[in-house]
Each structure stands twice: as C-alpha cells, then as structure tokens.
Design a protein around this ligand. Structure first.
Ligand SMILES: NC(=O)c1ccc[n+]([C@@H]2O[C@H](COP(=O)([O-])OP(=O)(O)OC[C@H]3O[C@@H](n4cnc5c(N)ncnc54)[C@H](OP(=O)(O)O)[C@@H]3O)[C@@H](O)[C@H]2O)c1
Length: 275
C-alpha cells in the first residue's frame, strides 16, 4: 500500500523570492518522506477562495507570509494562544477540513540565538529592539518568554512601538527613533527588526559603539547575510548572529506539525539557502 503524499505550501504575494520551498523540500528528501512543498501566489482579494481550494486539494497545511499573516486569522477555525498573543499566524495545519493556526516566528528567533550564541543570558542587561513591524511582535514575545527584564523599543513611527510596548509596559519602554544611538549605550543585546539594511532598502544609520563590551548584536535581515549593522558590531568586537537562522528555525515546528519529524538546521541546508 502506498503512503499518500503530504502536500504543503507557502502562500504570499509576491512569493517567488521565498526560500521556504528549498528548506522544506530539503528536509522531505533528507528524511525520505513522501511529499512536496510549493510556493503559491495568492492575491489578497482571493485569499478566501484560494485557501479553500488548498483544503479541497487535500493539503496538510501551509505557511503564511507577507501580506497574509493577519488576514489568514479570520479564515482559521482555531488559533492557538501563541499566535493570538503575537497577533499573526504564519503556520496553518489542515485536519478534516478545519484550519488550525499557529506562529513559529518567535521560536525561530530564539532558537537562532540559542544555536549561535548559546551562552547569552536574556535575563540581564538592556535589550534594544529597532523597529515595530510584524516581525518585532514575535521578537518581543520571544524576549519576554525568555525572561527579559529591560527592553527599549524604538521605531520611526513611534505609535507602533507604543502599541507593542503594551505587551508589558513595565519591562518594555519606548524611545524616539532619533535617540537610537543613545539607547544602545550600555546595551547587552541589540536587535534590528526593521527592513533597513536589506538589499534594495535604505541603510540603517546607527552608532552602536557605546554598547556593553559583551554585547550581542543580531539582525533579522538576512539579505545581505552580513549587514552593515553586523559589520559595525564586529568592528567593535561585539558578538553577532545573522538572520538566516531565524528563517531556518521557524520552519522546523511547521515541518513537525505536518510530517511528525522535527528536522535539524545543518550546514548543508544553510549553504543551500544562501547560495
Ligand atoms: N530572518 C527571518 O526569518 C525574518 C522573519 C521576518 C522578517 N524578516 C525581515 O525583517 C524585516 C522586517 O519585516 P517585517 O515583516 O516586520 O516588516 P514590516 O511589518 O513591514 O515592518 C518594517 C519595519 O521597518 C521599518 N522601516 C521601514 N522603512 C524604514 C525607514 N526608511 N526608516 C525607518 N524605519 C523603516 C518600519 O518602520 P515604520 O513602522 O515606521 O514603517 C517597521 O518598523 C524585513 O527585512 C524582513 O525580510 C526576517
């Protein structure tokens, strides 16, 4: 008796740039599974009908990327507490025609740091979060889960930072975007969650020279892999973690939900995705 192929996908608009098919199909092959993972372009106007079509075609689930991470929530039959707290769904599992939404971005962010800076202590020192977009939500959630005690968030649009600070107003304070150099002074962890510094976007202008001597600096932008922020951090002798691991690690729990196997992030996969 042949085992039915497990069909999975990522939906977004645009979607051709997505690295997710490379990642999931690498693991499907590595684990000798019967299945496939495709990138599917869904226009925001068609999300309801196109997602229903995936259910009809027997998909086991799909990842959700820009711009559908919030819109998909309305189409889910159930959303777990994690995704509700983050306010976005990036992974959907389909069972008996019902859609179950979760979010693996916070997991991806933390696992990347834990794999690449295993001794970093989230519970002491000041953490600076640059940006307050969709990804910052998951990053803040993850930092609070890890026991962060002092977080300063800054964003060009201050109101958005204020909205995110509502996660925990005791621990998270908001600073003006113009004060970003000052708040980095003495910081133990600096995280760029803005799109600045990404290929095709404006540079991130910042001076992080005043950070703590043992500071860790991470950028969730991974194109280029070594962003100007990370290069600056290295020039000051700070430890750095690139953003590619967040992308790779966020894919792991989704793969486990659909295939029952928790895959690993290895060097071959990293090279494949960066090629
Ligand atoms: N490594 C990973 O797995 C991973 C996961 C998710 C995202 N990312 C990357 O992270 C970045 C942000 O993603 P997102 O989903 O959070 O995007 P988003 O929701 O569109 O947020 C963009 C952020 O960048 C800021 N920004 C954009 N242009 C700016 C400018 N000219 N000056 C100052 N700030 C500016 C925005 O500030 P305003 O609020 O003022 O507009 C906002 O904070 C993207 O580059 C994305 O590729 C990586």
């Amino acid at each position: 008796m042949s085992i039915k192929a497990i069909k999975t996908a990522v939906i977004g608009h645009p979607i051709s740039h997505s690295k997710s098919p490379l990642i999931h199909n690498y693991w499907i092959e590595k684990h000798g599974l019967n299945g496939g993972y495709q990138a599917i372009n869904i226009h925001p106007d068609n999300i309801r009908t196109d997602v229903q079509a995936l259910v009809g075609k027997g998909y086991a689930g799909f990842n959700v990327t820009v711009p559908h991470k919030i819109a998909i929530m309305e189409l889910c039959d159930e959303i777990d507490d994690l995704a509700k707290s983050i306010g976005a769904v990036n992974t959907v599992t389909i069972k008996n025609g019902r859609l179950y939404g979760t979010n693996t971005d916070a997991y991806g962010f933390i696992q990347n740091i834990k794999q690449n800076a295993p001794d970093f202590d989230f519970t002491s020192g000041r953490i600076v979060v640059l940006g307050a977009g969709g990804a910052a939500n998951a990053v803040l959630y993850a930092l609070l889960q890890e026991g962060a005690q002092e977080i300063i968030i800054t964003n060009r649009t201050r109101e958005k930072a204020q909205g995110l600070a509502a996660f925990n107003n005791k621990i998270i304070k908001v600073a003006d975007w113009g004060d970003r150099n000052d708040i980095c002074s003495g910081a133990s962890l600096i995280i760029n969650t803005t799109a600045l510094g990404m290929t095709g976007k404006p540079p991130l202008t910042i001076d992080i020279s005043g950070a703590d001597n043992n500071a860790l600096v991470t950028d969730i932008v991974y194109s280029p892999l070594q962003t100007d922020l990370l290069k600056q951090a290295q020039s000051h002798g700070f430890q750095t973690v690139t953003g590619i691991g967040m992308l790779l690690h966020q894919a792991r729990p989704a793969f486990k939900l659909w295939h029952g196997v928790m895959p690993e992030v290895d060097k071959t996969l990293e090279k494949l995705v960066l090629a």
